[in-house]
Design a protein around this ligand. Structure first.
Ligand SMILES: C[S@@+](CC[C@H](N)C(=O)[O-])C[C@H]1O[C@@H](n2cnc3c(N)ncnc32)[C@H](O)[C@@H]1O
Length: 219
């Protein structure tokens, strides 16, 4: 079945929910996100999901339209996930790894797309998740997980596994309020491109790394 963007309205023939219903749609996503933040503020790192402008910036920075295998770390309530599914080729795959069981269950209920593979657990286990799904080296990895609040050894393990599994020439895109992710990922991937996305609550930095070694870029 085609992607159901949780923010899109119902199509012809679909059930129409009563006005103000919380069963689907952005208000329900926002409340679910806020509940997640109240449960684990440091782990979620924000009180509202990413803005549409940030979602579109991530899609462009990670070259999602050209990717065949995409990984998302920390999909939350699925706004960024839906934006990437919308931009991805029909034959691509998106592996989304979420630590919070409530968010994971919410994603299972809200996003119905055969290209989407959901895993519950820490991004530290990314190599195992890719192997279990028999996925090739990702072309793009997009992450919203808060590197500034995780224990340093966890942040380092996640940065190392990202660099290890990404294909040469692949992109790692991280959106963060603080710059800690750059310290960890630059050890493995070199210097990133840095931008601000100010149309977001709060404004965030968007870091983009391209893994060295793409044979098509050789002189
Ligand atoms: C800032 S939210 C981003 C949510 C969503 N992608 C968005 O932009 O609206 C960060 C997300 O990362 C998840 N997270 C935090 N640590 C994680 C980890 N080690 N592995 C996987 N997900 C993690 C949180 O549970 C939360 O859903």
């Amino acid at each position: 079945m085609a992607l159901q963007d949780p923010r899109a309205g119902p199509g012809a023939g679909e059930n129409v929910l009563p006005a103000g219903s919380l069963s689907s749609g952005p208000l329900r996503d926002r409340l679910e996100f806020l509940r997640g933040f109240l449960r684990h503020p440091a782990q979620v790192g924000s009180v509202v999901p990413s803005s549409h402008r940030l979602e579109q910036r991530l899609v462009r920075s990670a070259a999602i339209a050209q990717a065949r295998t995409v990984v998302e770390l920390g999909p939350g309530t699925g706004g960024t996930t839906a934006a990437m599914l919308q931009a991805m080729p029909a034959t691509a795959r998106l592996l989304a790894v979420e630590l919070d069981p409530n968010f994971h269950q919410h994603l299972q209920q809200q996003l119905d797309d055969p290209r989407l593979l959901l895993e519950l657990g820490s991004a530290e286990r990314l190599a195992d998740f890719l192997a279990a799904r028999r996925l090739p080296a990702p072309d793009a990895i997009v992450s919203g997980i808060p590197f500034s609040t995780m224990p340093p050894e966890v942040s380092d393990r996640i940065a190392a596994v990202i660099a290890q599994v990404l294909r040469p020439g692949g992109r790692f895109v991280a959106y963060q309020v603080r710059a800690h992710v750059a310290d960890y990922a630059s050890r493995y991937l070199g210097a990133p491109d840095k931008r601000w996305e100010v149309v977001n609550i709060p404004p965030v930095r968007v870091f983009t790394w391209v893994k060295p070694g793409d044979p098509s870029q050789a002189a």
